[in-house]
Design a protein around this ligand. Structure first.
Ligand SMILES: *Cc1c(COP(=O)(O)O)cnc(C)c1O
Length: 233
């Protein structure tokens, strides 16, 4: 199948899942995760109607942006090093992967310099995987408070990457935890903190994530095929 067909098929599933969950079809955005993929494939997805693309690496993202139409919303979803932040400011619709107060401070600092506010999500490692970045359920509350005071950033919600597993049902508990955390944070009524966005669900588990309230599913492989890291990056 072409990536255009893949994209339309995933989009159909997203719409169906939202309907089944009794949710508004506008409530969730399908983000096509195009890391390591060539521009031809991104353009195919674009022609199929995709306007939201997710990338993991700053250099790759910055290279791709000028080569693609300018009505695209670019999502930074990969681990971001503070020294790379300056290259990204003003180019993203949303940074999903803010995983430390230090990183939020740097995004705020560079955004202020550029005279803008950058919308961010806070990444929570709800599955407590050692290999993953992110806040913990324990430290997220204090961190949100601290980040809410940083000028130049606006917290729009939470993000998580659940473990890779054979049965996506196993990840339901993590999606539920993230949703609950966002409810708990919202209850605190913190200035400059909004909990409208929940970024969760990838190729293997996006349907489960949608039924648990996801507002951004980040789908790579199911749209663009397997990634080959041997040639790239
Ligand atoms: C690569 C990646 C995805 C997409 O994963 P697939 O399994 O290919 O759909 C989603 N989120 C993050 C953070 C990623 O790094």
């Amino acid at each position: 199948m072409s990536c255009k067909e893949n994209y339309l098929e995933v989009l159909d599933k997203v719409k169906d899942d939202l309907k089944i969950a009794g949710r508004n079809p506008e409530e969730c955005t399908l983000v096509a995760v195009s890391k390591t993929k060539p521009l031809e494939l991104l353009k195919e997805a674009y022609d199929a109607g995709c306007r939201d693309f997710g990338e993991n690496y700053v250099q790759e993202l910055v290279d791709k942006i000028p080569q693609m139409p300018d009505d695209i919303r670019w999502h930074m979803i990969g681990h971001l090093q503070t020294n790379k932040v300056k290259y990204l400011i003003g180019k993203t619709y949303l940074i999903h992967s803010v995983d430390s107060v230090k990183l939020a401070k740097e995004i705020g600092k560079q955004s202020e310099k550029a005279g803008i506010t950058t919308d961010i999500l806070l990444e929570v490692n709800v599955a407590q995987e050692e290999s993953k970045f992110g806040f913990t359920e324990k430290n997220i509350m204090d961190s949100v408070l601290e980040i809410s005071k940083i000028p130049g950033v606006c917290v729009k919600g939470l993000m998580t990457s659940a473990p890779i597993c054979d049965n996506p049902e196993e990840n339901r508990t993590y999606f539920r935890k993230l949703k609950q955390l966002s409810i708990d944070i919202k209850k605190q009524n913190i200035d400059n903190v909004y909990m409208g966005f929940l970024s969760m669900g990838m190729s293997g588990d996006y349907e489960v994530a949608l039924s648990e309230g996801s507002t951004f599913v980040r789908v790579g492989t199911a749209i663009f095929g397997e990634r080959d890291y041997s040639k790239n990056i």
